[in-house]
Design a protein around this ligand. Structure first.
Ligand code: HEM
Ligand code: HEM
Length: 183
């Protein structure tokens, strides 16, 4: 429950932000590498198993990360900014939050409706559903499309962070790194 108005990001929020950011960017690169640079065959299949298992972990951690954010609320912007910039920042944050869930869920549906199990590093298996090619293809198309949408919004998000840091010279980026409100 949000009990007080926060002005910066607590340690857990900062750790969560950077862990999930690195995981999502890494998974985008990993998925693209597997699909576009590895020839289809057993090698590609083995890499895809790793992609799938890491992706499920990202979903689990991402849900906790989003829960923590919703419980604590978003801090106000460090400095007043034009309403349109505030709107773009807010919309971008919500799109990124949605993608943290939609990317792994669409990937899981591609796999499970394709009748494939998800092997969690040999520890346990999430069993595939009975094969439904239509739903598997639909989920696969979503997985690809959402990845492209996500890349656009990450670029926008990073551009915004750099704009605050370099042009506005405010503490937007600093408070996500150290929590401090001065630079
Ligand atoms: C955590 C976030 C995830 C990200 C950012 C991500 C990203 C990607 C990307 C960029 C591709 C390549 C798409 C292409 O170039 O066609 C891909 C392919 C794939 N991913 Fe993921 N993925 C994630 C999670 C998962 C999960 C959890 C699963 C399944 C359990 C999964 C299953 C697949 C499959 C089966 C493919 C190849 C087939 C297809 O794209 O339709 N992914 N992923
Ligand atoms: C190198 C890449 C990144 C940089 C430099 C960066 C920087 C930042 C900064 C400075 C903020 C604070 C904005 C504010 O206080 O208004 C922020 C917030 C946020 N970022 Fe990133 N970010 C990066 C990557 C990502 C990625 C990949 C995601 C998700 C896929 C993401 C999701 C979020 C979200 C949801 C927020 C809102 C606050 C929160 O819930 O943590 N960021 N980011």
């Amino acid at each position: 429950m949000k009990t007080e108005r926060h002005t910066t990001y607590d340690f857990v929020s900062r750790l969560n932000h950077w862990i999930v950011a690195a995981a999502i960017i890494g998974m985008l690169a990993f998925g693209t590498y597997i699909e576009d640079f590895v020839p289809s065959g057993p090698g590609q299949g083995a890499l895809l198993q790793i992609h799938k298992a890491i992706g499920v972990l990202v979903l689990a951690y991402g849900l906790w990360r989003i829960g923590w954010r919703l419980a604590r609320g978003f801090p106000d912007a460090v400095a007043p900014m034009p309403a349109w910039q505030d709107l773009i920042a807010r919309v971008t944050h919500w799109v990124l939050i949605a993608c943290i869930i939609l990317m792994p869920v669409s990937g899981m549906m591609t796999s499970l409706f394709g009748g494939h199990d998800i092997d969690m590093f040999g520890l346990f298996v999430i069993p595939g559903f009975s094969k439904n090619a239509l739903l598997s293809d639909l989920a696969g198309d979503m997985h690809d499309t959402i990845a492209n949408v996500l890349i656009v919004f990450i670029i926008l998000h990073v551009a915004g962070a750099l704009k605050h840091h370099v042009l506005d010279r405010d503490a937007t980026l600093v408070r996500m790194i150290s929590g401090r409100l001065s630079r």
